[in-house]
Design a protein around this ligand. Sequence first.
Ligand code: NAD
Length: 300
Amino acid sequence: MARIAFIGLGNMGGGMAANLAKAGHEVRAFDLSEDALLRAEARGASRAASAEEAVADAEAVVTMLPAGKHVRQVYETSVIGKAPASAILMDCSTIDVATARDEIGKAGAAGYAMVDAPVSGGIAAAEGGTLTFMVGGSEEAFARAEPLLAQMGKAVIHAGAAGSGQAAKICNNMLLGATMVATCEAFAMAKKLGLDLRTFYDISSKASGQSWSMTSYCPVPGVGPETPADRDYEGGFAAALMLKDLRLALEAAQSVDAYTPMGAEAEALYARFAEALGGGHKDFSGIIRMIDDSWTPPAA
Ligand code: NAD
């Protein structure tokens, strides 16, 4: 069992830290939010007064923070040079590839092994310990991180060198954003052409238009398996977070001169849905309401 510092106990980090405590680790928690700290304490972690205090004698450090600037600030002021050099550092936040590479480089120069380990799966997967981790870093760092990450997830995949976890995550989510929009478009048009939507689902989910967005996460209420569409697009993966990931994807595309017209279009559509129309808190499949504003659920 290890002494683990956990920094960032929000929607995702709260459940992840609780799973580490449940597995028997000594979890030292720090967050800027008092509420988050109280919840972490109630779920088996002990509270640290600062990030520095949390990492002081840690064997492992996990961070789950909003964005790259928070990760940079926490690592540069409170982790690198403050945690024992023997600690394995794991940043599970979704951030830009450049910051991930830079921080792993700085940690390495100070003698630390560090990985970027963003996750696929939302709050329910964080709670249930069924996240998928995409990990970037050296073979040695991956080998040390893997057993701890496995206690918070169902799969831990080594994506490659530093930053590769973030690269895999944003390429995947760019594809997801684009296929969700395309799936919504196809259903909206099918409705206008007079097709029965369950019949269209039955056909397309077995034909070449099939994708995860259609078969596992259908944006139409009452069609396919139960999804956020059946709960008025509540819960699930917020459109604001999809927009964040699409913006990270476009930033990365620009940095390597990759041509991503579908990603760019998905970003523009999610910006309109999440920001201009106030749908940011809704599940990302709720964008169907913007694509077809005459939407009415099919009869039961
Ligand atoms: P969140 O905002 O609920 O939690 C972030 C926590 O970090 C907050 O409690 C905040 O107080 C804390 N924090 C911020 N700055 C800090 C600092 N300097 N020191 C200590 N604590 C600090 O966010 P979340 O939904 O838990 O997401 C965390 C990360 O996981 C994000 O990068 C997000 O993109 C990614 N992610 C989220 C989901 C999801 O469904 N929510 C899914 C996959 C990935």
